[in-house]
Design a protein around this ligand. Structure first.
Ligand code: 13P
Ligand code: SF4
Length: 318
C-alpha cells in the first residue's frame, strides 16, 4: 500500500511512512519542536507537519510559536524569515539545498544600486527573497497581502522586488505608480495561456484559480487569483465540483484530502518546483536528531529585515 500517491517520484510506502512519522513524533516532543510545511511540500512531509500553510501564515506561526525549535519544511528564504521573526528559537531547514531561484535573481548590492536611481521611493519586497534583500527594503509582502501592503504606503510611487508577475498583478489593482525588478518564479513562468485554454476547453465551466506568480496572459484567463492558502478557501467555499489549478503540484495533496468529493486538475505538467520537493521525511528526522541545518541571520541584516517583515505583519487585514 502506498501513501500518499504523490507524483514526480516521491512515493513512500505506508510502513516506512508510519516508522518515520513515529520517530519524528518522538523527537518533536523531546525537543519541544514545531514542524511547519509549505503547501508545496511532498505529501508525506505535509502529513507529519503541525501546520501547513502559505508564506504569510507560516511566518506568523513562526513568530508566535511557543516551541523551542522550528523545523521549516520549505525553502531557504522561508526558514530565514522564521529565524528573523523568532531570533531566540532554533530554526532548522531539513535540506540545506532547498533554495528559491527567484530569490536568487536579486542581491542586496543590486538593490542598493537600483535605490540610488529612485531616492524616496519605497521598496516592497516579496518574501521570496534573501534576508539581505529584505534588509534593504521598506516593507515585505506575500502573495496573500501584496495589494494591501502597497496600498498601505503613504507614497504614490512604489518599487517592487523581485517578482515581475506579482508586481504586474498588484499594478493592475492599485492607483499607485509601480515599477519592478524583472525576476520570476521559473516554475510558474513556464505555464502558458495555451495550456490553460486547452484545460478550459476540456473542462467547460470549471473555474481556473491561479497563483499571482503566473505570467499576466495566464492570469488574464483566471476566474480567481489566490495565494496557496487562498486556494484552499476557494475550493472549500465554492460550489464548483471541478477546479482547474494554476500553481505548484504540491497543493493538490491537501486539496484532494480536504475535498474528497471534488476534482482538481493541474493545468500543466510543468508545475513542479524541484526545490520544494527535495525535503524528505528522513531529512526532517535527521534535522531533529542532529540539530541540522541551523539557519541564522546576523546583524545588521537581522534587525533591518525584521523591521520590513514586522511592518508587513502590522498591515491590517481586510
Ligand atoms: P504562497 O504560498 O505564499 O502563495 O507562495 C508561493 C511560493 O511560491 C512560495 O515559494
Ligand atoms: Fe521559488 Fe517558485 Fe519554487 Fe516558490 S515555487 S520556491 S517561488 S522557485
Amino acid at each position: 500500500m502506498l501513501n500518499p500517491p504523490v507524483r514526480c517520484g516521491t512515493v513512500i510506502r505506508m510502513e516506512r511512512f508510519k516508522e518515520l512519522s513515529a520517530e519524528i513524533d518522538g523527537l518533536r516532543k523531546k525537543r519541544n519542536a514545531v514542524i511547519l510545511a509549505h503547501n508545496y511540500q511532498r505529501g508525506e512531509v505535509q502529513d507529519v507537519a503541525d501546520h501547513c500553510g502559505d508564506s504569510l501564515a507560516l511566518s506568523q506561526i513562526a513568530a508566535e510559536s511557543p516551541a523551542d525549535v522550528i523545523v521549516f519544511c520549505g525553502v531557504h528564504f522561508m526558514a530565514e524569515s522564521a529565524a528573523i521573526l523568532a531570533p531566540r528559537k532554533t530554526v532548522l531547514l531539513p535540506n540545506p539545498d532547498a533554495g528559491c531561484p527567484m530569490a536568487d535573481m536579486i542581491t542586496a548590492e543590486k538593490l542598493r544600486e537600483k535605490k540610488k536611481e529612485m531616492p524616496g521611493v519605497p521598496v516592497v519586497c516579496y518574501v521570496n527573497s534573501s534576508a539581505d534583500v529584505k534588509a534593504e527594503s521598506d516593507i515585505c509582502c506575500t502573495s496573500a497581502n501584496a495589494v494591501r501592503v502597497v496600498e498601505s504606503l503613504a507614497q504614490d510611487t512604489v518599487y517592487m522586488v523581485p517578482d515581475m508577475n506579482l508586481s504586474q498583478y498588484v499594478a493592475a489593482r492599485t492607483k499607485k505608480k509601480l515599477s519592478w525588478w524583472k525576476g520570476f518564479c521559473p516554475t510558474h513562468q513556464l505555464l502558458t495561456a495555451k495550456e490553460v485554454a486547452a484545460a478550459k476547453a476540456q473542462h467547460p465551466g470549471a473555474p481556473f484559480v491561479a497563483h499571482p506568480e503566473c505570467p499576466p496572459d495566464v492570469l488574464a484567463l483566471a476566474d480567481d487569483i489566490r495565494s496557496t492558502s487562498g486556494m484552499y478557501e476557494f475550493a472549500r467555499k465554492g460550489a464548483a465540483k471541478t477546479i482547474l489549478v494554476g500553481t505548484e503540484m504540491g497543493i493538490l495533496h491537501r486539496l484532494k484530502k480536504e475535498n474528497p468529493d471534488k476534482e482538481f486538475i493541474l493545468v500543466s505538467n510543468c508545475l513542479i518546483c524541484p526545490n520544494m520537493k527535495i525535503t524528505t521525511l528522513e531529512d526532517v528526522r535527521d534535522a531533529l536528531l542532529h540539530n541540522r541545518h541551523v539557519i541564522r541571520v546576523e546583524e545588521p541584516a537581522l534587525s533591518r529585515a525584521r523591521t520590513a517583515l514586522e511592518r508587513m505583519l502590522a498591515v491590517p487585514r481586510d
